[in-house]
Design a protein around this ligand. Structure first.
Ligand SMILES: *[C@@H]1O[C@H](CO)[C@@H](O)[C@H](O)[C@H]1NC(C)=O
Ligand SMILES: *[C@@H]1O[C@H](CO)[C@@H](O)[C@H](O)[C@H]1NC(C)=O
Ligand SMILES: *[C@@H]1O[C@H](CO)[C@@H](O)[C@H](O)[C@H]1NC(C)=O
Ligand SMILES: *[C@@H]1O[C@H](CO)[C@@H](O)[C@H](O)[C@H]1NC(C)=O
Ligand SMILES: *[C@@H]1O[C@H](CO)[C@@H](O)[C@H](O)[C@H]1NC(C)=O
Length: 418
């Protein structure tokens, strides 16, 4: 009763500022799982077909705003028929909020990341393209604006914690690879996940959230290399997921695997992960919120798509197989939250993209391609970095390869959503 009263007051206070959550209209949230499917609040199956939009680089801002408006980029995504973005962020952004760090405004985060001269120039470009912002707009307010535009254009928002320290991901030895790694503070990570899940209650388009991008062997210089493996994975991901669900019970929670998120085999199969720990979806109080995610970058693959599919199945995609011959003990949706390839006029004809398309459409699974970005504010020490795998060109004004969009992306979206 007290709780209801408190919520009622909060709702009254916020109702003028926030769009209300739509259960009776798009996006028909909250989503849930039903066996191998994601379903909306009407019980209709939802399949993701979308793209990554990264915001976890040194500026901790969604990329591309120095070249185009948020509206322009969301419109481009929408024009392919895609229905979701995977919006990435760094835990450092939330740490800065808690620490009242000085670099949260557009002006200071750009100057901090790009230097005073280039930072000032890029700030003016961002403001010219996105006049709703000022130099004092915070990073999180920029994320809010992306989520708001996605709501306007009916694109779901899936939040992804990509890194703890804001920088390009991922490599062995980058100090962000495993729980407790030099730059991967476990408490700050859990705090950041819960903070974002709570904050995103104000985003009507927000429907799902992930735990961590591409967990990996942290390498011999890491203080936690000996911990790498399922035994340490299990307690960490369960505690983090519990924290998300306590902060916001609505979003689906995506669990990622080992080896750069290419392996969930022992999880989907319910094999002892060490010390008797067994992943059992049925044991979670939010068992209808659990989704698996896997990545694939086997770009030089040159065999048959049948063999390619068998490899995926054995690494965790069996969770989508609810037949009597399945090898999975945990049946749940699996989403390929990353795959990608150079956006030129021929690579999309290689076996790799086509085997992914064949496998995922064959089992009616969702996906997000890497990446919308035509260029980055800065990446690995190079400012205005050219992203040759980006769907958009350098200045985000047009497709990098119309042939790849028409020959691969659009037909893939259509086959996924039909
Ligand atoms: C924040 O800005 C200050 C200067 O105002 C700079 O010295 C510091 O390195 C920045 N911190 C981070 C975490 O970017
Ligand atoms: C500043 O931007 C220019 C033009 O993009 C670039 O050539 C230069 O390397 C940048 N400066 C730094 C310090 O990266
Ligand atoms: C998965 O389980 C099998 C069987 O117990 C074990 O041999 C294998 O090492 C496990 N895989 C990982 C990555 O721990
Ligand atoms: C794939 O294999 C065929 C023959 O086995 C070869 O001709 C072709 O060059 C290979 N392609 C790549 C991309 O390796
Ligand atoms: C398997 O999933 C499909 C939906 O994707 C559903 O129609 C079917 O009933 C499920 N089968 C079992 C045995 O649960």
């Amino acid at each position: 009763m007290l709780c209801v009263l408190a919520l009622g007051v909060a709702y009254l206070a916020l109702s003028t500022a926030l769009p209300s959550r739509r259960q009776d209209g798009w996006p028909y949230a909250p989503f849930a799982t039903s066996g191998r499917d994601i379903v909306n609040s009407q019980g209709e199956v939802v399949t993701y077909a979308g793209v990554n939009w990264n915001g976890h680089g040194e500026t901790m801002l969604p990329e591309g705003l120095q070249y185009q408006s948020i509206e322009s980029t969301v419109t481009k995504i929408k024009s392919t028929g895609m229905n979701v973005i995977r919006l990435t962020y760094a835990i450092e952004m939330i740490d800065d909020i808690y620490d009242n760090g000085p670099n949260q405004s557009l002006e200071s985060t750009l100057i901090n990341a790009l230097g005073s001269q280039n930072g000032s120039t890029v700030l003016q470009q961002v403001l010219a393209n996105n006049p709703q912002f000022t130099a004092g707009t915070t990073r999180l307010e920029v994320f809010d604006a992306v989520a708001a535009e996605c709501n306007t254009q009916q694109i779901y928002v899936h939040l992804d914690n990509h890194m703890s320290k804001a920088e390009w991901c991922c490599s062995v030895g980058d100090a962000n690879a495993w729980f407790g790694d030099t730059d991967f503070n476990i408490q700050n990570w859990r705090r950041g996940l819960a903070y974002m899940a709570d904050h995103a209650k104000s985003w009507p388009a927000y429907v799902s959230t992930a735990l961590r991008n591409e967990l990996r062997d942290p390498g011999p210089n890491s203080p936690v290399q000996a911990n790498y493996g399922w035994q340490d994975w299990y307690p960490n991901v369960v505690a983090a997921a519990d924290g998300i669900n306590a902060a916001n019970a609505d979003p689906l929670i995506f669990f990622s695997g080992l080896n750069f998120d290419t392996d969930l085999r022992n999880v989907t199969r319910g094999i002892d992960l060490g010390g008797g720990q067994i992943f059992d979806i049925g044991s979670f109080s939010y068992s209808n919120k659990i989704v698996f995610e896997l990545h694939n970058y086997n770009n030089n693959y040159n065999g048959s798509c049948a063999d390619f599919g068998s490899g995926l199945y054995n690494n965790g995609w069996d969770a989508m197989d609810n037949s009597s011959t399945t090898t999975a003990k945990n049946i749940a949706p699996v989403v390929m939250t990353e795959f990608g390839f150079p956006q030129d006029d021929t690579t999309d004809q290689n076996p790799y993209p086509n085997c992914i398309k064949e496998y995922l459409t064959g089992i009616r699974a969702g996906w997000m391609q890497w990446v919308i970005s035509g260029s980055y504010y800065t990446r690995q020490g190079t400012q205005d970095y050219e992203e040759t795998w980006g769907l958009l060109n350098h200045d985000w004004s047009d497709w990098r390869s119309q042939a790849a969009i028409d020959g691969f992306t659009k037909p893939f979206v259509e086959a996924t959503l039909s």
